[in-house]
Design a protein around this ligand. Structure first.
Ligand SMILES: C[S@@+](CC[C@H](N)C(=O)[O-])C[C@H]1O[C@@H](n2cnc3c(N)ncnc32)[C@H](O)[C@@H]1O
Length: 283
């Protein structure tokens, strides 16, 4: 082929990116295993949570060295590694794909965090993550919905952060966002629905508190002698907050924490004339 047409052909090939067929997809793996966006997982393929969102998720959950963070579908281990490295927590990543889990283990080793981070090869619907104080995830709306009953059975106060996807009608306690990602944060509420006998300051006899609950939203009726008043409140983990109207028309604010067995409430009432301790037990 004459030189001129050959040069034109090579130039065209370079412009079209054909001369050097480099793979455009980024390798998030290492020399042993190439990991790209979309790598097959069991219930969801692999994609990474951006570093800024990883940090914001762990900050929002207020992770400390006292925490045990479990990442459900851990991928290359970036969330458990960050939880241990930047927040001092112990962390566990559960990952179904053996080769992705092996990469995560190598990443943990390279970070020098083998003593604080464990990568478990397993299925998030089989492995026990009930010891977690913080659960993180980047899954799908369907998987979040499937996990929801398990998460709601966790210890009240357990913090949950999901990159990208919500939990349907379980409203988040906070929404978070970085420049290119969003996330959702929940605190597992205690189960306080039911019939309570409550001792309130300024009331001679125990009052009756009947509560309904939808996740962290609480509503019900407080019966003070002959009079019943509506209460609307909110749970932050095991701690219930509600206001009620006293017979004189003023508002009192109750903050009471459910005990671990869920049978008692212990807290305080704020009110100018009737402040003091609140005690409740299930009727
Ligand atoms: C979207 S990636 C998120 C990875 C990592 N958590 C992050 O935020 O960067 C989801 C991961 O879940 C894994 N996975 C999918 N189904 C799973 C299951 N049933 N049990 C455990 N891991 C699973 C996939 O292999 C993939 O690595």
């Amino acid at each position: 082929m004459p030189a001129q047409p050959l040069r034109v052909l090579v130039t065209c090939a370079l412009v079209l990116g054909l001369a050097h067929p480099v793979r455009s997809a980024r390798n998030y793996g290492d020399e042993e295993f190439r990991l790209e966006h979309g790598h097959d997982g069991k219930d969801v393929f692999w994609a990474p949570t951006p570093d800024a969102m990883v940090t914001l998720m762990l900050q929002t959950a207020k992770v400390t060295p006292a925490d045990i963070v479990h990442d459900l579908g851990a991928g290359d281990g970036r969330i458990p590694i960050a939880a241990a490295r930047a927040f001092g927590a112990r962390a566990v990543g559960i990952e179904y794909s053996p080769e992705i889990a092996a990469l995560a283990r190598r990443n943990v080793k390279r970070a020098g965090l083998e003593g604080r981070v464990a990568i478990v090869v397993g299925d998030i619907f089989v492995e026990d993550f009930s010891a977690a104080t913080v659960v993180t995830m980047f899954l799908t709306p369907v998987l979040n919905h499937k996990l929801r009953p398990l998460l709601l059975q966790m210890k009240p106060g357990t913090r949950i952060v999901s990159h990208a996807f919500d939990m349907g009608d379980w409203q988040p306690d906070a929404k978070i966002a970085t420049e290119n990602a969003e996330g959702f944060f929940w605190i597992v509420p205690a189960q306080v629905a039911g019939d309570w006998s409550l001792r309130l300051p300024g009331e001679a006899a125990p009052t009756r508190l009947q509560l309904q609950q939808a996740y962290q939203q609480v509503s019900g009726t407080l019966t003070l002698g002959e009079r019943s008043v509506a209460v609307a409140g909110r749970l932050a983990g095991a701690t219930l907050h509600f206001d009620y109207a006293r017979p004189d028309g003023t508002t009192a604010t109750v903050t009471a924490t459910a005990t671990a067995d869920g049978r008692r409430l212990v807290g305080q009432q704020k009110h100018p004339q009737a402040p003091g301790s609140v005690r409740g037990e299930r009727r």
